[in-house]
Design a protein around this ligand. Structure first.
Ligand code: NAD
Length: 414
């Protein structure tokens, strides 16, 4: 049977803790989520029938602060997947030095198969169900796969209606008009682009010679693609759930974005050839950015991957077997908990701005984000060199060490 995301997250953890001197029992504590909520709730559908949805909210660890993590709408959401994503959030926040613990949520559903009205009702009911955990001081959700600004606005409004006053800081990734942050919508992709530029420097590849391949053209993949293109790289292939497009001479990303917005997919874009998602992952390139789903590169296709750098925009796009094969081939991997941490970083900025009702300029946000991403990249690269481990293990070591330090300083209650 295929290994699930939580088993993968635990294997990565077990590998990293071998390099950390831990008090007995500490690893057992960090391997399990602090709390898990499962909600089954009814929604009246447009045809008058009632449908029961299942949702989750998992808090992995709260040693560093309130929990933070996205909400995923996808038919394949499982409790174990949410657990893995929550655990990765704990290490991710710690890696970039942000005072949050890790959480994640999800609803088992296909948002594309619901009407707008059904989607809103489902979101508001799910928000109400998880409001026992959610609060600006306790747990602050954000967008993930299948959710975006619209859903965050509904969640913020639902929570606020129950309180009787507006609580913008309860959720991040909101529209600007209701307390969202400048720069948030492209922050994850910007972080992917910033860390890719650092990796290119280390591999001595000039950015204007770099050929980039992007899987997934959503909230992460699209900004990552146009921002790296703006820095002079050539994006030669892009895909979404329906398939991909390839042009060895480069694709104009803003043009492709406009096409995809109108047509609902990159497929059929006239200035490139069609390519499947499987073929796209195996294209010869300098940078491969998997920005879609987990487990896209496995032991089966990893030997055929021909990228010099892999920038993990998505969470968990490589299985541990693929990781080992690619590290063995000398591929430079920017691990997810570093590469896509730009999103949570600007979510943190959004939360701080909401709490203070004082908003920053976009330049200030982007510059602070750049500093955090570059500093974290260099810290991890240094640790990888010192400990003679790969970048992922180094990132895990850094994240785990910071959480352990917080746990030890706070002490184990009572
Ligand atoms: P999204 O829903 O905005 O976009 C996902 C994209 O992937 C879409 O273009 C979709 O068509 C494509 N896709 C879906 N299934 C695919 C498949 N089988 N093959 C190829 N493409 C496929 O989601 P997103 O927010 O961009 O999230 C993508 C990944 O990034 C997820 O792993 C998510 O956890 C991670 N992530 C997101 C954020 C964020 O701020 N949104 C932050 C950190 C990490």
């Amino acid at each position: 049977m295929e290994e699930n995301a939580y088993a993968i997250a635990l294997r990565q953890f077990d590998k990293a803790v071998r390099y950390i001197d831990l008090k007995p029992g500490m690893a057992d504590y960090l391997r399990v989520p602090k709390r898990e909520l499962i909600v089954n709730f009814p929604v009246t559908m447009d045809d008058g029938s009632v449908r029961v949805f299942t949702g989750y909210r998992v808090h992995h660890n709260t040693a560093l602060g309130p929990t933070k993590g996205g909400i995923r709408y996808h038919p394949s959401v499982t409790l174990d997947e949410v657990r893995a994503l929550a655990m990765w959030m704990t290490w991710k926040c710690a890696v970039v030095g942000i005072p949050y613990g890790g959480a994640k949520g999800g609803v088992v559903c296909d948002p594309k198969a619901l009407s707008l009205r059904e989607l809103e009702k489902m979101t508001r009911r799910y928000a109400t169900e998880i409001s026992v955990l959610m609060s600006p001081q306790g747990d602050i959700p954000a967008p993930d796969l299948g959710t975006g600004e619209r859903e965050m606005a509904w969640i913020m409004d639902t929570y606020s209606m129950h309180r009787g006053y507006s609580v913008p800081a309860v959720v991040t990734g909101k529209p600007l008009a209701i307390g969202g942050s400048l720069g948030r919508s492209e922050a994850t992709g910007r972080g992917v682009a910033i860390t890719t530029l650092e990796a290119l420097k280390r591999k001595n590849i000039p950015v204007d010679k770099a050929r980039v391949v992007v899987q997934g053209f959503g909230k992460v993949g699209a900004p990552a693609a146009y921002l790296i293109e703006e820095r002079g790289a050539k994006v030669i292939a892009v895909s979404d759930a329906n398939g991909g497009v390839y042009n060895p001479n480069g694709i104009k990303i803003r043009e492709l974005l406009a096409y995809a917005k109108t047509c609902g997919s990159v497929v059929g874009y006239p200035y490139a050839e069609p390519i499947t998602n499987a073929e796209l992952l195996e294209l010869e390139c300098d940078v491969l950015m998997p920005c879609a789903l987990e487990k896209q590169i496995t032991a089966a296709n990893a030997p055929r991957v021909r990228a010099a750098i892999i920038a993990e925009g998505a969470n968990g796009p490589l299985t541990p077997e693929a990781d080992e094969i690619l590290v063995g081939k000398g591929v430079f991997i920017i691990p997810d908990i570093l590469c896509n941490a730009g999103g949570v970083t600007v979510s943190y900025f959004e939360w701080v701005q909401d709490l203070q009702s004082f908003f920053w300029s976009e330049d200030e946000i982007n510059e602070r984000l750049r500093q955090i991403m570059v500093r974290s990249f260099n810290h991890i690269a240094r640790l990888a060199y010192e400990k003679e481990v790969d970048m992922r293990t180094a990132a895990q070591i850094l994240g785990i060490q910071r959480v352990v330090e917080a746990v030890m300083i706070r002490g184990i209650y009572p």
